[in-house]
Design a protein around this ligand. Structure first.
Ligand code: ADP
Length: 607
């Protein structure tokens, strides 16, 4: 059963590689032919020449034979070199193409699925499998070695047949005893190789169970951006000790002991086989059972046969292991979308529609409490709504549901009176510009970051950056909006502060020009002056668009038409700032008092 599963996985991997980059497999197959046939071809030519010399064949005839043979070997060697060199970039490219499928999947799959514990678990497994070695980059050479083994075995047998049929050679009992002996030594070699391979895999599995921390750190858990914290908190010893875990040292020593034992046996077996083969055929040759050329041919063919059996056996174990490791990748790439997809389109004329939450409840999988509990609200065109509440009260979840990152467990969200599940997802996405609390910018030019595209309108980009309050700063940068962010790619990229990054993210939201703007803690990283600029220019910033404004700071929400107060996933109060303050027992009043006390104590003005 397991073999069947492995074979179907291997077939799937090879099919995927073929679809991505067929040249890589063609080159590998061609290379396998050359690798397997060149040594046998060389020995065949030697055999013909030796036989010719010993039987006194015409010199000219032999010279022509030798030249043809050498020319064929030369061409095969040249082809081998070409295929090897040419195959490498195809293999690398193929590996990238397969890996890009993950990026595509991450970008295209439902966010709900992307964020699920199941997807996280499979992602970790994929990473782990790749760390131990799998994917096209490994599989293509393994495929090539498997083919070399098979072709080598077949070609050796083909060469051995005429030798066997020569005279009375095959009739001698010692030939069968010799072949039996060769079979036993080869079989022991294969068993030892397989045992070593299985033992190494078991070691890796054992190590996996205790390597979570070092794996996390090795896979980019720390980058240059963590440099400050690591220095300040002297985290170097903690990180170094995790990277250099004792278990890893133990595993490496055990693995190297296994390899030494297997290598010793392998070397000894090859020596024994080669020595005894030569001894045997020379003795048989001296007895007159073989021609001199056949002695050469027999010895090489037997040696190549046993070597290729070993090559095949080893690469077979490796390629099946690789295929098994690719299982997690296929599972991830085939993860189904969880959300219902429909195709109702939203046209520009519909942009003035209203959004309504009807009795929405939602709980993240693996959590004990609902993040939103029976929430109902409406968002009308042009309306400015503030959403306030303590940490974890469900504010960001509200935005995620609004943008259909998740579907509610209960209730419906309507746009223009139609359940949002009826709309085409990409069309529905046109409605929103969101600056998430944990927004991300890319290490690409600022213009591309703002437009989220390679092509953009530079004047509009500058206008949006200006509105977001970062126009002047960008003008001063060497290449203006063509300046790259961060130094991951460009040496002259700029490192922007948290507040500056937030303003660029704000400009990106404005550039999209969607009818609903959502700002999740939009001023958390801004200095007081920038914050004041944003609030006082809020109308100018979002204009006639509807806006949802999420903030901890109650004083900054007073300009909104309505304030929604969330507590433990429930919408507990709603109204204007003044109206909410009047309810002295209300959550808003409590939060206001707490913040007022803090600002009074610290001497900061809240108005
Ligand atoms: P707020 O934005 O008000 O701080 P959130 O909407 O982010 O609150 O979170 C509401 C609750 O849902 C919190 O208890 C939080 O821990 C939980 N939560 C948020 N995101 C996830 C997630 N992806 N998976 C599981 N639980 C989550």
């Amino acid at each position: 059963m397991r073999k069947k599963v492995d074979a179907s996985l291997l077939g799937k991997c090879l099919k995927e590689i073929w679809k991505c980059e067929p040249q890589s497999l063609l080159m590998a197959s061609g290379l396998a032919f050359m690798e397997a046939l060149i040594p046998l071809g060389a020995s065949l030519i030697s055999a013909v020449l030796v036989d010719g010399l010993s039987t006194g064949t015409d010199y000219n005839k032999m010279a022509v034979t030798a030249m043809i043979g050498v020319a064929i070997l030369f061409a095969m060697n040249a082809l081998r070199g070409r295929m090897y060199r040419c195959g490498l970039p195809h293999s690398e490219y193929c590996n990238d193409l397969v890996e890009w499928k993950f990026d595509e999947k991450n970008m295209e799959m439902d966010y709900m699925q992307l964020d699920s514990p199941l997807a996280a678990r499979i992602r970790a497994q994929v990473q782990n499998d790749y760390d131990w070695g799998c994917g096209a980059y490994y599989m293509i050479p393994q495929f090539q070695r498997c083919c070399t083994g098979i072709i080598g075995i077949i070609a050796s047998v083909v060469l051995l047949v005429p030798v066997f049929l020569q005279g009375s050679f095959w009739k001698h009992r010692s030939v069968f005893l010799f072949l039996f002996y060769i079979g036993i030594v080869t079989w022991i070699s294969v068993i030892i190789e397989q045992h070593t391979y299985a033992a190494k895999e078991a070691l890796k599995k054992g190590y996996d169970a205790c390597s979570g921390r070092s794996n996390y750190l090795m896979r980019g858990g720390i980058s240059y951006r963590e440099g400050k914290d690591i220095r300040i908190y002297k985290a170097q010893p903690m990180i170094k000790s995790a990277l250099r875990e004792k278990e890893r040292d133990v595993m490496v020593s055990a693995e190297s002991r296994l390899e030494i034992r297997a290598g010793l046996w392998d070397g000894a077996a090859s020596g024994i086989l080669m020595g005894s083969t030569y001894l045997f055929v020379v003795l048989r040759g001296l007895n007159g059972a073989l021609t001199a050329g056949s002695v050469v041919l027999f010895a090489t063919a037997i040696y190549q046969f046993t070597e290729n059996v070993k090559v095949f056996s080893k690469s077979r174990s490796e390629i099946f292991m690789n295929a098994r490791r690719m299982k997690s990748s296929f599972t991830y790439l085939e993860l189904p979308d969880l959300m219902k997809k429909n195709n109702r389109q939203i046209r520009k004329e519909d942009f003035t529609g209203e959004i309504e939450f009807q009795n929405i409840s939602f709980q993240y999988s693996g959590t004990a409490y609902p993040a939103l509990d029976n929430v109902s609200l409406k968002l009308r065109p042009g309306q400015k709504i503030a959403v306030v509440g303590m940490n974890g009260s469900g504010k960001t979840t509200l935005v995620k549901l609004l943008c259909r990152m998740y579907d509610p467990d209960e209730g419906r969200i309507l746009f223009n009176g139609v359940d949002i599940r009826e709309y085409d997802y990409k069309s529905y996405m046109k409605l929103f510009s969101v600056v998430f609390q944990d927004f991300k910018l890319l290490a690409l030019p600022i213009g591309e970051n703002v437009a989220a595209a390679r092509e953009y309108d530079p004047d509009r980009i500058k206008e949006c950056l200006e509105k977001a309050g970062i126009g002047e700063r960008i003008k001063k940068m060497g290449k203006g909006i063509s300046t790259s962010l961060y130094r991951d790619i460009e040496e002259d990229g700029v490192e922007v502060s948290g507040g500056e990054a937030q303003k660029i993210a704000l400009a990106r939201a404005l550039y999209k020009d969607a009818p609903f703007v959502v700002l999740d803690e939009p001023t958390a990283a801004l200095d007081p002056i920038s914050e004041h600029e944003i609030y006082s220019g809020f109308e100018r910033l979002v204009g006639e668009k509807a806006a949802i404004f999420i903030s901890h700071r109650l004083s900054s929400c007073r300009f909104c038409d309505e304030i929604l107060v969330f507590h433990e996933g429930r919408l507990v109060q709603r109204g204007t700032h003044q109206k909410l303050l009047e309810d002295q027992n209300g959550q808003y009043h409590k939060m206001w008092q707490a913040q007022a006390r803090y600002y009074k104590d610290s001497g900061v003005a809240i108005g």
